[in-house]
Design a protein around this ligand. Structure first.
Ligand SMILES: [Zn+2]
Ligand SMILES: [Zn+2]
Length: 169
């Protein structure tokens, strides 16, 4: 009896390996990366070394990382520890802490000012880095595809803030 194992040949090292040696890549037809995990890791290390050579790109990368972890901590903190008493029909911007009428937010989590600031910061970081710009374009293409599939609401129409039930927890 022959055991059937699904394999794939890595574009990097040319080795044929079981599928679980390859990471997920939704852009690929079969959802698996062209490079094996080891080659992908080597590629990231190489890219990182490239970025590290250029002080400006490296600073942008570090800044982006710091912001990401800060955003992440802020989100977790807001959800886990801090409970803000907000009057009915009002909403608190988690970035600046201002309390404003819910309509001002239009279903977004940040107030318009913070949203503008956040987008500007992100855009500056994206422009400063080639690989971040490439990733940005990939996301844009993906969003376009999703919008074509699911309409303007993107990911299967998640409920907006207005549609969500008021009393959570
Ligand atoms: Zn490989
Ligand atoms: Zn704000």
């Amino acid at each position: 009896m022959k055991l059937q194992i699904i394999t794939r040949t890595c574009r990097g090292c040319g080795q044929t390996m079981p599928l679980d040696m390859f990471g997920t890549d939704r852009r690929e037809k079969d959802g698996k990366n062209r490079l094996c995990r080891a080659c992908l890791h080597r590629k990231y290390v190489r890219e990182y070394a490239e970025i590290k050579k250029d002080p400006e790109r490296y600073a942008a990368l570090l800044e982006q990382r710091r912001k990401n972890s800060e955003d992440y901590r802020r989100k977790r903190g807001a959800r886990k520890v801090v409970r803000h008493e907000v009057p009915e029909g009002m909403k608190r911007c988690p970035r600046c802490g201002k309390i404003m009428p819910r309509e001002v937010f239009r279903g977004a989590s940040y107030c318009p000012d913070c949203r503008r600031a956040y987008n500007r910061e992100r855009w500056e970081a994206i422009k400063a880095s080639d690989w971040m710009h490439e990733r940005f374009l990939q996301t844009k293409r993906r969003t376009y595809k999703l919008k074509k599939l699911y309409g303007n609401k993107g990911m299967g129409g998640r409920p907006t803030d207005a549609e969500r039930p008021r009393d959570r927890g």
